[in-house]
Design a protein around this ligand. Structure first.
Ligand code: LLP
Length: 449
């Protein structure tokens, strides 16, 4: 397993993250456990801040969908980044954490009336409008409040990025955004300019996620700038803000070769500047929305090994106490991960095994064919790069409680997310009175008790 951030092996031969012994973390907080390396998370934020904000006066907004709790909001705020939220729940989390609302961009392809209302009341910085239905609804809501909504229009640039089918978003056949090619995008700009309670601040596109080819971004930037030139000719409106979404890929396993954030910034901003010059347009302020490349490498999940099942000549299955409930990515996207045994971190690999989760699904496999030291029940398995789209996509399938999360830094581990309990699992269950047992006193879940 490649080590990330503050990972190291300590004198006991244990994996250490943020100066904390991973085996002790497992003992103290239980498993499965999400461990977040605060220094690496902050360092990733800073890398973006330096490459985009300091160097180019661009803006970086952290994609909250990758990983969000109130403590994470605080880290992002302290590092000077903005935040991209995509739902009332994410917005509410940011509000609860007292995150500066002017730095919030509200996304989503089907925002409800209530969500838009909440965004207007909270006075978020920008609402990224996805379609004309939303634009009209926002106009009515803003009018009723006597407010003016600052809006960025999401467009579909018609670009096929090379990534998994389910995480591509820039192609014409997409549920997101107004299509440039068929005139919907121009119609959107015209309509936004007509509406009294809408202030059109800029344009947005997002071509996909886990992208390694920077040329895809340069291409998107050019297409967007050409559209801006068309919009300027047709309406006189001048583009001031160009939000090019997120998507920079990260290293998960052998073969992944992501470009650096600095290269990404140079290519993206360079392409915008060149296009502006060529088209005779002012250079817009660039905005990017990285998520995975900030939170992904900073997260590690610890599991306890349980049953080990050897099928001679076929495969050795090593089952852990989590799986697709806390990390659905391998099942959804065939995502690959690396891992090590935290309690045998300096031992050489001895056998090739496959890591199974504990859900009742054959597809609940975390890693196929990984070389590890001899694996025994009770070992602590550490899976790296689980910071993005793990906790945020976790679920209670099989009524498994979701793991806890600890923030580790300089030898201190602090809980930032409590482990769910069985009580949490039944918290929202309701027993209708007609199903109560005849003798209510015998019925622990009957409302009359
Ligand atoms: N901006 C927009 C509009 C997005 O839709 C996304 C991700 C991002 C920014 C952040 O992209 P990132 O920098 O994290 O790649 N669940 C999938 C990924 C879905 C991506 C959704 N949108 C996965 O686990 O790979």
């Amino acid at each position: 397993m490649r080590f990330h951030g503050t990972m190291t092996v300590n004198s006991r031969g244990h994996l250490e993250i943020g100066g904390c012994d991973a085996v002790e973390l497992a003992a103290n907080f239980g498993t499965p456990l999400y461990v977040l390396d605060e220094e690496l998370f902050r360092q990733n934020c800073r890398e973006y801040y330096q490459a985009f904000c300091q160097k180019y006066g661009a803006e970086v907004i952290y994609a909250a969908k990758t990983l969000l709790t109130t403590a994470i909001c605080r880290l992002v705020e302290e590092e000077g980044l903005g935040m991209d939220v995509v739902s009332g729940g994410e917005l509410y989390t940011a509000l609860k954490a007292g995150f500066p609302m002017e730095r919030v961009y509200f996304h989503g392809n089907n925002k409800s009336r209530e969500e838009l209302q909440l965004a207007l009341e909270a006075r978020v910085g920008r609402i990224v409008v996805d379609n004309l239905y939303e634009l009209e609804m926002l106009e009515r809501l803003a009018a009723a409040m006597g407010a003016r909504a600052r809006v960025i229009l999401r467009l579909t640039p018609g670009i096929e990025a090379h990534t998994h089918e389910y995480i591509k978003t820039g192609q014409i056949d997409s549920k997101f955004g107004l299509v440039i090619e068929n005139g919907q995008a121009l119609e959107g700009v015209k309509r936004a300019l007509e509406l009294d309670h809408i202030e059109l601040c800029g344009l947005h596109c997002h071509i996909g996620s886990q992208i390694f080819e920077l040329e895809s971004y340069a291409h998107a930037a050019r297409v967007m700038m050409e559209f801006a030139a068309l919009a300027a000719r047709e309406t006189g409106w001048v583009l001031e803000e160009l939000d090019l979404g997120g998507g920079l890929g990260i290293y998960y396993a052998a073969g992944d070769q992501p470009p650096s954030v600095a290269e990404y910034a140079d290519v993206v901003v360079g392409a915008v500047r060149e296009s502006a010059l060529a088209l005779g347009l002012p250079v817009p302020r660039v905005i990017v929305e990285p998520g995975r490349s900030i939170s992904g490498p900073a997260g590690t999940t610890l599991y306890t090994v349980g049953a080990v099942k050897n099928i001679p000549g076929v495969r050795k299955y090593v089952a852990v106490d989590g799986g697709m409930g806390d990390n659905p990515r391998p099942a959804l996207y065939r995502a690959r991960y690396e891992a090590c045994l935290a309690n045998k971190a300096s031992a050489p690999p001895e056998e090739v095994v496959s890591i199974a989760g504990k859900c009742c699904e054959s597809g609940d496999m975390l890693i196929w064919d990984i070389a590890l030291p001899r694996v025994e029940p009770g070992d602590i398995l550490a899976v790296s790069c689980t910071g993005a789209y793990n906790y945020s996509m976790s679920m209670n399938y099989n009524r498994l409680p979701r793991p806890a999360m600890v923030l580790v830094r300089k030898g201190r581990a602090e809980l930032i997310l409590k482990r769910e309990t069985y009580e949490d699992i039944v918290r929202n269950d309701v027993m209708p009175e007609r199903l109560c047992k005849k003798h209510p006193a015998e019925d622990p879940v009957c409302a009359v008790n």
